[in-house]
Each structure stands twice: as structure tokens, then as C-alpha cells.
Design a protein around this ligand. Structure first.
Ligand code: NAP
Length: 255
């Protein structure tokens, strides 16, 4: 069991729902103080309540520099610092290049890419003071490894996170802060509920482990990367996709 994390403080952006809530829940269960962040305060408060007394909520739009600075200040005020930044918040509208407005492209980049930069920059003064400084990005298989129609902007933003990772790894190393990225495959979240059972079954059939991932699967990966045991791992990507990106053909998948 990874107990080296108890008493540390984590900021989880997008922690009110889905994968971020899974990360916040797993960290909270292991004794981490968690600041749950989303734009909607009530949702962040509801998630923090389910985690327990070691969790607090804060409303922040991560595409805003002022709000990211306020987020870091709140973590320091409530918990005395920041050891772990889980830069997880992201949006994924699905629109073809033909149909997409320039504004939609910019909105996705502002949240999914600029939001990582701003969250890291705002948290860095506190991460530098930590003896176990960690940044964990939630990227995706979509973009760095695969493509999906309608997600050109999303895929570009998620691949962009990996470019950010590579240079940030070098810059943060001198403060003994590590940065790594988790690349989830298809994870069951509230957001998928509306897509129907047929969609979920089809997705599961394309995965060697024949099931979608859970938010706890991603939380467990984050827990490891945040632990003392992962201290020498930085600049890396960890794919958590049930093997989805491995078969080279349908024949290979179903052999
Ligand atoms: P989700 O269920 O829609 O949750 C998104 C979270 O981000 C919510 O808490 C949302 O709260 C918050 N958020 C959105 N925009 C924000 C902003 N500008 N500032 C602050 N918070 C913001 O999404 P999810 O499926 O868990 O995805 C989370 C991350 O995992 C994303 O980066 C996504 O790209 C990645 N991912 C997901 C999957 C998957 O299968 N679900 C697969 C690969 C990668 P508010 O709306 O209240 O702000």
C-alpha cells in the first residue's frame, strides 16, 4: 500500500465530476488533503462532501490566470501549501473541422492546454516548497496516440500537453518536482451516460480487456505517480486504456 502520501495536499482541477472526482476520491481515501476545483462551486462542494473532512471546494476557471492564482492561494490558506497538482479539467465538444468555429477551437485550447500552463505556473511557488512536489496531467490516448472524427481540437490540445510535459519536466526537475501524464482510454463517467448501452458495448468490444475503464483506475494511476515510490519518474506518459491502443488490426483484436 502506498502510504507515503498521507498528509500531503493535492489540488485537483475538474475534481467535481468524472475522472477528476475519481482522482480526488482515491487521493482523499489515502489521507491526502484535497482541494476540489471546478467552475461550478456547488458541484465541487458536493464532491468534497463525499470525500470527507480532508476535502475542500473552490470555484475556478482554469483558463483564467487570476483565477488560477486564487486557486493556489486558497490551497495554501486552507491546507498550508501544495504538494500535488492534478491538472485534469478538460472539455471535449465533438465537431468536424468543416463545422467547427474558430471560437470553439480557441475555447478547447484555452481550457485543455492553456489551463495546464496556468495551473502549473500558479502552483509552482508552493510545489517548490514541497518535499514531494508532483504535477500529474490528465491527457488522453486521443491526440498523442490516436484520432477520432470531431476531435481535431481536442486531440491537438491533448498532444500539446505532452509537448508541455517534456520541457516542464526539465524546468521543474531543479526544484525536485516531477511531472507526468496519464493517458486514459475510454473511461466510464457521467458524461457517457447519454450515449446509450449500444455505444458502451461497441467501445468495450474494441478493447482487449473487453471493458471500459473506471475513474478509480485513473485515480490509482495518479496515486502511484503522486507517491514517494514514484520519485524518480518524471517526463513520462502512462497509458491506462485496457490495451485499446495495442491491436494493429481488428483481426489481431479478435484472434
Ligand atoms: P467531465 O466528467 O466532463 O468533467 C470535467 C471536469 O472539468 C468537471 O469537473 C468540470 O466542472 C471541469 N471543468 C471543465 N472546464 C473547466 C474549466 N475551464 N475550469 C475548471 N474546471 C473545468 O470530464 P471527464 O471525462 O472526467 O474528463 C476529465 C479529463 O480526462 C479531461 O481532461 C479529459 O480530456 C480526460 N479524458 C477523459 C476520458 C474519458 O473517457 N472520460 C478519456 C481520456 C481523457 P465545471 O464544468 O463545473 O467547470
Amino acid at each position: 500500500m502506498l502510504t507515503s502520501i498521507e498528509g500531503k495536499t493535492a489540488v485537483v482541477t475538474g475534481g467535481s465530476k468524472g475522472i477528476g472526482k475519481g482522482i480526488a476520491t482515491v487521493l482523499g481515501r489515502h489521507g491526502v488533503n484535497v482541494l476540489v476545483v471546478s467552475r461550478t462551486l456547488e458541484d465541487a462542494e458536493a464532491a468534497a462532501e463525499t470525500i470527507g473532512p480532508n476535502a475542500a471546494a473552490f470555484a475556478c476557471d482554469i483558463s483564467s490566470w487570476d483565477e488560477c492564482q486564487a486557486m493556489a492561494a486558497e490551497a495554501s490558506r486552507v491546507f498550508g501549501g501544495i504538494d500535488i497538482l492534478c491538472s485534469n479539467a478538460g472539455i471535449f465538444p465533438q465537431t468536424s473541422i468543416e463545422e467547427m468555429s474558430p471560437e470553439e477551437w480557441d475555447e478547447v485550447m484555452a481550457t485543455n492546454l492553456r489551463g495546464n500552463f496556468l495551473s502549473i505556473k500558479a502552483s509552482l511557488p508552493k510545489l517548490k516548497e514541497s518535499t514531494q512536489g508532483r504535477v500529474i496531467l490528465t491527457s488522453s490516448i486521443t491526440g498523442p496516440l490516436t484520432g477520432f472524427p470531431g476531435w481535431s481540437h481536442y486531440g491537438a490540445s491533448k498532444a500539446g500537453q505532452i509537448g508541455l510535459l517534456r520541457t516542464a519536466c526539465i524546468e521543474l526537475a531543479k526544484y525536485n518536482v516531477t511531472i507526468n501524464a496519464i493517458l486514459p482510454g475510454n473511461i466510464v463517467t457521467e458524461g457517457l451516460d447519454g450515449l446509450g448501452q449500444d455505444y458502451l458495448d461497441t467501445m468495450a468490444a474494441s478493447i482487449p480487456l473487453r471493458k471500459l475503464g473506471s475513474v478509480e483506475d485513473i485515480g490509482n494511476a495518479a496515486l502511484f505517480l503522486a507517491s514517494k515510490e514514484a520519485a524518480y519518474i518524471t517526463g513520462q506518459t502512462l497509458v491506462v486504456d485496457g490495451g485499446q491502443t495495442q491491436p494493429e488490426s481488428l483481426e489481431a483484436l479478435n484472434a
